[in-house]
Design a protein around this ligand. Structure first.
Ligand code: ASP
Length: 589
């Protein structure tokens, strides 16, 4: 028997018991003729005490960092207790120990905070995972997984697996493809999500489906994306949007309660996509703080009278002028406003400048455009933004899309600087009524905003006959957003062949193309497809947010780096010529 207890388990109540523990040597500290060793495993750390005689044995048979050992001995009371450790009241007076395996000197310290850089930690991920930080993250991930599964099980959902080797389809992101040996010259694709399978399961009558499933997208990796990631994927039949929102709001409340001990009784706030864009500048608003965007001028329509009749090129010529009102900003120094101006000029933000109006506490106004806007106008603008004495109005002017995106980012930045984005505060909401289509200027085509299986709102189906009105069509599509991050989204689906064909046609697919790509789904819709809808959650990101962190990487046991590499395995890698021959493939580099 390697152990009678684990390293996080022993307390004062165990004093005088004979025990054996197994684990890793975190550190050995020698004090003259005696030695203390911190023994670590997944459950914690227990101090081992080697008396003089045992320390003499240690000199013969020494321990190094990360050695795996078994120690036997008696639980005794510690003379100097460590209140920071759950096992801090006791130690083990070792009478016998065995080195089960030696360890090379680890390349970084295996402690709460490590001295290892990112690449090194990834290369030796199995050591990094020994650190308590990562262990807690993986434990949290498992708890979230279990909480979701328990809830879904209670609600009558059934976990059904769907295949990983499927057919490449053109919609969405780029597919990872896998050559088939048995079917020369042909390829499978790895699923970007089980979307069509879960819809087929609805046709088959499995009216409540879920799966915690890997999805694969061969995208250029923006920060904090993984080429393979996990979704909690769900689908239901005979439901309307409201049923889905209720069911999954319930799941979130359950998760918050289980994981965070947070009892949320109120319904999650709801906002339409248009409201979200208008007030927050994007479709994933962080509603932990206000500072809503003030739309002074939008797409050449002036909403703030004070902007009219001023001889100032910047505001006259800008397509849009948006503002936020930052509490207590009137005290910003010249240096601070200059720094903010530089901040919005960075290429990632892309603005040419920042306008501001300070609403001084003595009732006067001071702005970067004093030359053009007299105090009355400044006051009028400030008032239309709901400013209080002491605030500063920050304004951006330019093209509608860029200015809105920039203002969304500036708002988050100011929220961050003011400490309004507390990671321990959770502000979930639903964003509803997404547009069905999205126009791409580059190739002048319409794309599905969510995916091509999303149903238009019934009252908007008519508009699908007129391309000039595609932009007005809304979908029964919804996202769940937490603290400024989209953590899930879905839609009510199309379930009639005719409408699905119409959708494919709207996306520029010929009849033949849609038959070739999605014939299986169109065919299934001829055999009694029920009304259905669903959604999927980004499981990695949800875990990161619940763990109070932004990066998903440390919530995944074996993640890829930013170039999609597994630096531990050194993958992707070349394969043997023989393997390529079998696949009838040639690398053309
Ligand atoms: N399959 C969709 C996605 O991956 C989610 C859904 O519509 O259920 O985004």
């Amino acid at each position: 028997m390697y152990r009678s207890h684990n390293c996080g388990e022993l307390r004062a109540t165990h004093i005088n018991e004979e025990v054996s523990l197994s684990g890793w040597v975190q550190i050995a500290r020698k004090f003259g003729s005696i030695t203390f060793v911190d023994l670590r495993d997944r459950y914690g750390i227990t101090q081992l005490y080697f008396n003089e005689a045992m320390t003499a044995q240690l000199n013969e048979n020494p321990l190094g960092r990360e050695y795996v050992i078994q120690a036997k001995g008696k639980v005794i009371e510690r003379s100097s207790k460590n209140p920071k450790l759950p096992t801090g009241d006791i130690e083990i007076e070792v009478t016998e120990y065995t080195i089960l395996n030696k360890s090379a000197v680890p390349p970084f310290t295996i402690e709460e905070e490590t001295d290892g850089g990112d690449e090194l930690r990834m290369k030796y991920r199995y050591l990094d995972l020994r650190r308590p930080t990562l262990r807690r993250n993986l434990e949290l991930r498992y708890q979230v997984n279990r909480a979701a599964r328990n809830y879904l099980h209670e609600q009558g959902f059934m976990d059904i697996e769907t295949p990983f080797l499927i057919k490449s389809t053109p919609e969405g992101a780029r597919d990872f493809i896998v050559p088939s040996r048995m079917n020369e010259g042909q390829f499978y694709a790895l699923p970007q999500s089980p979307q069509t399978f879960k819809q087929l399961l609805m046709v088959s009558g499995y009216d409540k489906y879920y799966q915690v499933v890997k999805c694969f997208r061969d995208e250029d990796l923006r920060a904090d994306r993984q080429p393979e990631f996990t979704q909690i994927d769900c689908e239901m039949s005979f439901v309307e949007q409201e049923d889905i929102l209720q069911t999954f709001e319930g799941m979130f409340k359950h998760i918050f309660k289980e994981i965070k001990g947070l009892e949320i009784n109120d319904a999650f706030p709801r906002m339409t996509w248009h409201e979200s864009m208008r007030d927050y500048g994007n479709d994933k608003p962080d509603i932990r703080f206000g500072m809503k965007i003030q739309n002074l001028k939008v797409s050449n329509t002036v909403h703030c009278e004070a902007l009219n009749g001023v001889d100032f090129k910047v505001t006259n010529e800008a397509e849009s002028i948006l503002a936020i009102c930052v509490p207590n900003g009137a005290e910003y120094t010249r240096k601070q406003t200059d720094e903010l101006t530089e901040w919005v000029k960075r290429p990632q933000i892309g603005m040419t400048g920042l306008l501001f109006i300070k609403c001084n506490t003595d009732g006067t106004y001071k702005s970067s455009v004093d030359k053009f806007f007299d105090e009355d106008r400044q006051k009028a603008i400030a008032e239309s933004c709901g400013a209080q004495a002491g605030d500063i109005i920050l304004m951006l002017a330019g093209g509608e899309d860029r200015t809105r995106a920039a203002m969304a980012t500036l708002r988050l930045e100011m929220g961050e600087r003011l400490g309004l984005r507390n990671p321990e505060e959770f502000a979930p909401l639903w964003v509803l009524d997404f547009p069905l289509f999205e126009h791409n200027e580059e190739d002048n085509r319409w794309y599905a905003k969510h995916h091509p299986f999303t149903a238009p709102k019934p009252e908007h189906i008519e508009l699908m006959n007129d391309q000039s009105r595609f932009g007005e069509i809304n979908a029964n599509a919804y996202d769940i957003v937490l603290n400024g991050t989209e953590i899930g989204g879905g839609s009510i689906r199309i379930y009639q062949r005719e409408l699905q064909e119409k959708m494919f046609a709207a996306l520029g697919m010929s009849k033949e193309e849609s038959q070739e790509q999605f014939g299986f789904l169109l065919g299934a819709f001829e055999y009694g497809a029920p009304p259905h809808g669903g959604l999927a959650f980004g499981f990695d990101r949800l875990c990161a947010l619940l763990g109070g962190e932004e990066s998903i990487r440390d919530f995944i046991a074996f993640p890829k780096n930013n170039s999609g590499r597994d630096v531990m395995l050194d993958a992707p890698a070349h394969v043997e010529p023989k393997q390529l021959d079998e696949l009838k493939l040639k690398v053309n580099l």
